[in-house]
Design a protein around this ligand. Structure first.
Ligand code: 13P
Ligand code: SF4
Length: 324
């Protein structure tokens, strides 16, 4: 039986959803949602997916306003690619700690140390870092991007785990990893995966490349969040252990009701991703606050890195790999 408190909460959520719908029309806005967001935020998404697929989707929309439910670098990428649109980040404090593990000054010093190296930056980085890089990449196209470069040496920033994964796939190159990491993904321990595998012997283990190398060595498949949806849909298996942020399970279960999904640990929660609530989305749209803007000088340079990536991956192919 549903309690009075639960009933009140349900009504409050429905009212907020209606309010957001109304504001969306008034503002001519689109709501773009990353796969790690809360379930109720997934429910109000016009578009949901992984980081850059969302920015690409934003380019195609006719909407004037983009309410970006994700973290700062994602909204910033949307703004870099769509300078004429108003991009709002409902909670301005929603940053990615990994993106903050590098500064332009430190990157500049590293470039001086390795003058022959190309700089590849993971999309989880600031506009300033993108502006200082030769090309961007995401977790779904990192291997393709690195392979496309003539340079034998690559400075790969800021995720050391993605860098190491790329190195394992491209031994002919020398990857110089930055020492950044995702504080959420590194919480997943090898022993937890081994235990989950023992508990669910029929399950496939799918991991995000931000996980640590010992965890990745246990994976049946390594891919981006978008790639996980595509993989699960195609797989003949019925059970999956998911090695990435817990928000993924909502849509995975919804899209694959006949399949089962398990998290190997309760610790796979990104606090920044969970900051966005329905209340904050409504607030941002009502008062048009928290607009993400990048200075023209940085924006143009950062866009070059993003555009180069898209040229190599191709938008159509990009959509397919990201499972969008
Ligand atoms: P995806 O691009 O795979 O969605 O990853 C984004 C992210 O922040 C992973 O931690
Ligand atoms: Fe950043 Fe990790 Fe959160 Fe992704 S999951 S936004 S990489 S802290």
């Amino acid at each position: 039986m549903i309690s009075l408190k639960e009933d009140k909460e349900k009504k409050y959520i429905e009212e907020l959803k209606k309010k957001i719908l109304r504001l969306k029309k008034i503002r001519n806005a689109v709501i773009i949602v990353h796969n790690y967001q809360r379930d109720e935020i997934q429910d109000i998404a016009d578009i949901s997916g992984d980081s850059l697929a969302l920015s690409q989707a934003a380019v195609r929309t006719d909407a004037k306003v983009i309410a970006f439910c994700g973290v700062h670098f994602m909204a910033e990428s949307a703004s870099i690619l769509n300078p004429d649109k108003t991009v709002l980040l409902p909670v301005i404090e929603a940053g990615c700690p990994m993106a903050d593990m590098i500064t332009p000054e430190k990157l500049y010093a590293k470039k001086l140390e390795y003058p022959d190296a190309a700089v590849v930056c993971y999309v989880n980085s600031s506009a300033e870092i993108k502006a200082e890089s030769d090309i961007c990449c995401t977790s779904s196209n990192a291997i393709e991007i690195v392979k496309s470069l003539k340079n034998k040496r690559i400075i790969f920033v800021p995720d050391r785990n993605l860098a190491r994964y790329v190195q394992s796939q491209i031994p002919e190159k020398e990857i110089i990893p930055w020492n950044g990491f995702c504080p959420t993904h590194i919480r997943l321990q090898e022993e937890e995966v081994t235990l989950a595998k023992r508990l669910y012997p029929e399950a496939e283990f799918i991991a995000h490349p931000e996980c640590q190398p010992d965890v990745l060595s246990l994976a049946d498949h390594i891919c981006s969040t978008g790639g996980m949806f595509t993989y699960v849909k195609k797989s003949l298996k019925k059970e999956f252990i998911i090695g990435t942020e817990s928000g993924m399970l909502y849509k995975l279960k919804k899209e694959n009701p006949q399949k089962r999904f398990y998290l190997p640990t309760a610790h796979l929660i990104c606090p920044s991703m969970k900051l966005t609530t329905l209340g904050w989305v409504a607030h941002a749209l009502e008062y048009m606050i928290n607009e993400i803007k990048v200075s023209d000088e940085i924006r143009k340079k950062a866009k070059r890195s993003l555009d180069k990536m898209l040229e190599i991956s191709g938008e159509k192919k990009w959509m397919a790999v990201s499972g969008y």
